[in-house]
Design a protein around this ligand. Structure first.
Ligand code: AVI
Length: 318
């Protein structure tokens, strides 16, 4: 492998791709999954029968959104980190409208496209809600929230926190806490530990959508960094890491190969079976959740679960 330092300074993505593919074992940042094709593939994943997360969390919201909003107290401003298709959010907003005279919804995302979709949906279905979209990378900056008036409820659902390593997850929540006021709260959706075969199937579905999602990260690097990854020469690979309580996704090289990444002036050699680690998805126990909350300085107020305790939504208080 050759690395030419003359290409520095680099943008964040470029720097992480360069460092990740130059390290051993090789890795790539999971945020690169979410280009337009990757976001569409992720939407497909959420509808797969094996990917129980979305439907299970949705059922928890269907049953308990009213109690969640009630437990959050006087919060009539709802901030959602990472705007999705807003299906679960609609349940929370409806419950909030039933309890408050006026409700403001602030979807936060790096993608203005995702925000447009969320805004469109909410204004069409719930015109009484005032929507103020915020284009922002909440993983780096959430201080803007302190300028928003009134009692706030932040939604961070869909197990998104599970894609961060424990230290980074605590740091993110700590940072979020410091941008909120005492009495504000956070609804956190997390995926719980469960039999390993169920976990493995959720990340290696029979239709191959997750494999496609994982390999799409290489298409993005080909396009954005002028690289020549041959997608057929890599295999989607899923592992349960018992020690760290996480599902890991990797891309395994099928052969001995050399990949060129022109924009980074980088050539990377792969041995047969060598992997690129692309994602961690942590699966929680109650003890892990307690540790996350206390490291972030947040108090666990109430938790709602499905009957199998596969997923949980916890209200944390600032
Ligand atoms: C976005 N995130 C919560 C998903 C997860 O389950 O960790 C990403 C994903 N990766 C593969 N399938 C879904």
């Amino acid at each position: 492998m050759s690395v030419n330092p003359a290409v520095l300074p680099l943008e964040d993505d470029a720097r992480e791709v360069l460092q990740g593919l130059s390290s051993s074992p090789k890795k790539l940042p999971p945020r690169l999954f979410y280009d337009q094709a990757g976001s569409a593939l992720f939407e497909q994943i959420t509808e797969l029968p094996e990917y129980y997360l979305t439907a299970t969390e949705q059922a928890i919201f269907e049953r308990h959104a009213g109690s969640m909003v009630q437990a959050a107290g006087a919060a009539s401003t709802i901030i959602e980190l990472g705007a999705g298709t807003a299906r679960k959010t609609m349940l929370v907003l409806r419950a909030a409208l039933a309890q408050h005279r006026s409700v403001t919804f602030i979807p936060v995302d790096v993608s203005s496209f995702a925000l447009d979709v969320a805004q469109q949906r909410v204004t069409t279905e719930l015109p009484q809600v005032t929507v103020h979209p915020l284009v922002m990378d909440y993983t780096r900056k959430s201080s803007t929230f302190s300028r928003i008036p009134g009692r706030k409820l932040v939604l961070y659902i869909g197990s998104s926190i599970g894609n961060f390593e424990p230290m980074a997850a605590s740091a993110l929540l700590r940072h979020l806490r410091s941008s909120l006021a005492p009495g504000d709260s956070l609804l956190l959706g997390i995926d719980m530990q469960k039999p390993v075969d169920i976990l493995l199937r959720a990340y290696d579905d029979s239709a191959g959508v997750t494999a496609h999602f994982n390999l799409n990260i290489l298409s993005r690097i080909n396009r954005e960094f002028d690289a020549d990854f041959d997608l057929a020469a890599f295999q989607h690979c899923v592992r349960w890491n018992h020690h760290d309580s996480r599902i890991e996704m990797h891309l395994k090289s099928r052969t001995h190969q050399r990949v060129h990444i022109e924009a980074l002036d980088l050539a990377v050699n792969f041995n047969p079976g060598e992997t690129i680690h692309t994602e961690n998805s942590y699966k929680f126990t109650s003890a892990m959740l307690n540790a996350l909350a206390s490291n972030a300085g947040l108090t666990i107020e109430q938790t709602w679960r499905d009957e199998r305790s596969w997923f949980s939504v916890t209200l944390l208080r600032v």
